[in-house]
Write a protein that binds this ligand. Sequence first.
Ligand code: NAD
Ligand SMILES: O=C(O)C(=O)C[C@@H](O)[C@H](O)[C@H](O)COP(=O)(O)O
Ligand code: ZN
Length: 369
Amino acid sequence: MAVIPVELGGRSYEVHIGPGLLARLPALAGPLLRKSAVPIVADANARRHWGATLQETLHSSGRTAQWYEVAPGEGSKSWSELERLTDWLLAQGVERGDHVVALGGGVVGDLAGFACAILKRGCGFIQLPTTLLAQVDSSVGGKTAINTAAGKNLVGAFHQPALVLADLATLATLPPRELRAGYAEVLKYGVLGDRGFFDWLAENGSKVLAIEEKSLEHAVATSVAAKARIVAEDERETSGARALLNLGHTFGHALEAEGGFSDRLLHGEAVALGMVLAARYSARLGHLSLADAERVTAAVDAAGLPAEIAALALDCDGAALVEHMKHDKKMDAGTLPFVLLRGIGDAYLDRTVALADVALFLDEHLHRH
Ligand SMILES: NC(=O)c1ccc[n+]([C@@H]2O[C@H](COP(=O)([O-])OP(=O)(O)OC[C@H]3O[C@@H](n4cnc5c(N)ncnc54)[C@H](O)[C@@H]3O)[C@@H](O)[C@H]2O)c1
Ligand SMILES: O=C(O)C(=O)C[C@@H](O)[C@H](O)[C@H](O)COP(=O)(O)O
Ligand SMILES: [Zn+2]
């Protein structure tokens, strides 16, 4: 069991990591669960597997669960779902001082977190992440959002949860493809800032993917600690420190948008491929050795994640992907800073990248055999 603080002054909170934490929600949340009928926004699959555990523990603390179910998939991060959810929360009589519970992966966490950010100009929420991706990344740090026709996470808010319980036991029911997608964000922490962790993953990644308890807990705790450090330094992504968490995402979000946010490419898969592209582009600029770029590619490939954009057989060219990138939230006065690499564990923000050159680079990779 690990407890990692996210230090944000009056908005500080703890991330608890370990098996069996869902059953400890009433004990760990204490007065945060002010309403006796607890509003729970749940991914349908997470509810199917873990809803009974949560319901039982709430009942045994004298509370009831009020369920709002979200259809699985990226499509639920939408205006229509946000409207339906906020109407439901209002119908439940949720007040600013109440805490809504989000049970599920990043889709539910981002959607419910955003609904709570705007409900009565902000009510509380608790994250119960049930995917590896949500446990190591999306439940921590307070980025909340929905997608729009123009692209990924384009409407949202920073709104921190009051508590995060990452129950490792919930990962037992997660499909292997989703586990691998979450592993991409784990790998990201090593690639962007911790070569020692990258090397540890090279040795132990297969144990993490096999949900071997000790290795899994080490990987989740190391990832959350890295994210907590960065978020405490730059909560709202203004100094450049937090932007490093976007490694692989400028390429990745463009690929997700091009695929219409379908199951063809999951967020974690897009990030994995995006990290490979960021590493290869860094090597092309002469900032990263080819050997390190290939190490990143090999780590992605070894985890069963997509490492070659050509294999996606996308019906688009580099210029089309660059058009999607222009919606990136890092865009600043016509310049798009890219998270690139000087080494494994040494990411930096490059504000000198020419988008026309990125389009050429992508064209070379889209048709590589
Ligand atoms: N806010 C952030 O900082 C942040 C960080 C990373 C990613 N994200 C966002 O997170 C989203 C991706 O999150 P995700 O990968 O968790 O995907 P997800 O929420 O779509 O969940 C993945 C799949 O797993 C199922 N599922 C969830 N828990 C389960 C369980 N315990 N057992 C069985 N099935 C379960 C879901 O129904 C879904 O089909 C993207 O929208 C991405 O943009 C946000
Ligand atoms: O927390 C962050 O900061 C991140 O960038 C984490 C990313 O893994 C995550 O996908 C995030 O939602 C992307 O942020 P965005 O600002 O590019 O939408
Ligand atoms: Zn991400």
